[in-house]
Design a protein around this ligand. Sequence first.
Ligand code: KIV
Ligand code: NA
Length: 265
Amino acid sequence: TRRITVHDIAAAKERGEKWPMLTAYDAMTASVFDEAGIPVLLVGDSMGNCHLGYESTVPVTLDEVAILSAAVVRGSKRAMVVGDLPFGSYQEGPVQALRSATRLVKESGVGAVKLEGGQRSLAATELLVQAGIPVMSHLGLTPQSVNTLGYRVQGRGDEAAHRLIQDAKAAQDAGAFAVVLELVPAELAAEVTRSLHIPTIGIGAGPDTDAQVLVWTDMAGLTGGKVPRFTKQYADLRATLGDAARAFGGEVAGGTFPQEQHTFH
Ligand code: KIV
Ligand code: NA
């Protein structure tokens, strides 16, 4: 089997096919999602909140993304694996972006990288694409800028909507192969999707984007506490795992595990 490429993704838009993307942070879940046919796995800096126990994505380091991306590549056979460039690994400029992205490609084996921002990230996008590294752009709510944006819907109002459309077109012109639209009004996401020949990948962006992405721990019901309204829980892993741990604990305390079939003599 060969991996999904940017050409497969371009062809899907031409055929009008919608597709799913999930985050993954380790080899085992990557193999599950790969076998389930998810074509693109994002090693998102959401690993900060969902895997590493940070309060946001801001503290995530390139070392952490590199290690977990390598695990996701090892755990998957068919999916394109996209490594998320974390805060501080590309903001100094295109040369730093190229150095960081090159590391994820060479060391971790990712097929593409993602970076946040429109105008401010165009030069980096161009340089990476020239170097042969496919780039996924990320617009709308960009969590690495939480300290300036907050967590709220982006692109509301004519001026903000116009700026988002311009950013998306600029990302496309710079050579990005796809654009994530996070937390933007559905009507605006639909307009961006119609205006681009590259696919849009929505999260909290309504039903009309070319693709949809969810954070896997939200999608599977593993995340504790409140999850955003735009996610859907397709399983209740938190309850399932908690039940398993309680059952194990109870059997150990009660002396009913291990039994003869688990025992060597
Ligand atoms: O880090 C992440 O999981 C993301 C997606 C939500 C697009 O950037
Ligand atoms: Na991210």
